[in-house]
Design a protein around this ligand. Structure first.
Ligand code: DX5
Ligand code: ZN
Length: 230
């Protein structure tokens, strides 16, 4: 099972990092009822990015529920030596790992290692990295993640150079490889990112920092797909 089986043509992915962790189960359940299927889960190690975020313990507590509801967990590893974490992520119920080209020595080998654990695979790249370098490292990946912020935390603005970088990425990748965007996606920028060629649209603050996250999800999804398929 991989992205081609579970992901719809366009996915707006709630980024759990921005959730209210005192109400996490309730918020994920509400978003699932609202139509969300793929949840983005940010792992940061305090080295690759300064922030320590969430990890396998939280993943293990939510994955049985998300899976029972028909959802998937897309894990964004903002960590050095990502391959050291594949096993723990897979065991905790992660469905896919996306790791940074800047963080690995041999991306092709890391892609193979993730696959051997039954995980979907993505390659991410930072705003300072050449799009060409990321695309070249992504042979065999399901998706390439174009960061539209410097990774670290939710609530930063979408970088103005991101649409051109997304468009260049779309041009370089074979059609079956998905283009994901992460950072600053909201009601204004989601259409811009979609029009540039992204089909997996991660949104943290624009969903979880709103009064009604499920409603915020539906509003974002309505801007890029008609109608939301349940
Ligand atoms: C930050 C994370 C993002 C973050 C996005 O580095 O990778 O997934 O939660 O948050 P927003 O959508 O608020 O930029
Ligand atoms: Zn992320």
């Amino acid at each position: 099972m991989g992205w081609s089986e579970w992901a719809r043509e366009i996915e707006v992915e709630p980024s759990i990092y921005a959730a209210d962790f005192t109400r996490l189960g309730e918020q994920l359940g509400g978003l699932t009822e609202g139509g969300a299927r793929v949840f983005h889960f940010d792992v940061g190690d305090g080295h690759f990015i300064p922030e320590v975020t969430i990890g396998p313990v939280v993943l293990a507590s939510i994955s049985p529920f998300v899976h029972a509801w028909g959802g998937r967990l897309d894990c964004h590893l903002m960590v050095e030596r990502p391959e050291r974490h594949f096993e723990a992520v897979a065991r905790a119920g992660g469905d896919s790992v996306t790791f940074h080209v800047e963080a690995c020595e041999d991306p092709l080998d890391d892609i193979a290692q993730a696959r051997s654990r039954g995980l979907g695979v993505g390659i991410a790249f930072n705003p300072g990295t050449a799009v060409e370098d990321a695309a070249a490292a992504a042979t065999g990946a399901d998706l390439v993640l174009c960061m539209s912020i410097h990774p670290g935390y939710s609530g930063q603005p979408f970088m103005p150079e991101a649409p051109a970088r997304i468009a260049r990425l779309r041009e370089l990748l074979p059609p079956e490889v998905r283009v994901q965007v992460d950072g600053g996606i909201n009601a204004e920028t989601v259409g811009v990112a979609r029009d540039a060629g992204a089909d997996l649209l991660v949104a943290g603050s624009a969903i979880f920092w709103r009064e009604d996250p499920a409603q915020a999800y539906r509003e974002l999804a309505a801007r890029v797909e008609e109608p939301v398929r349940g």
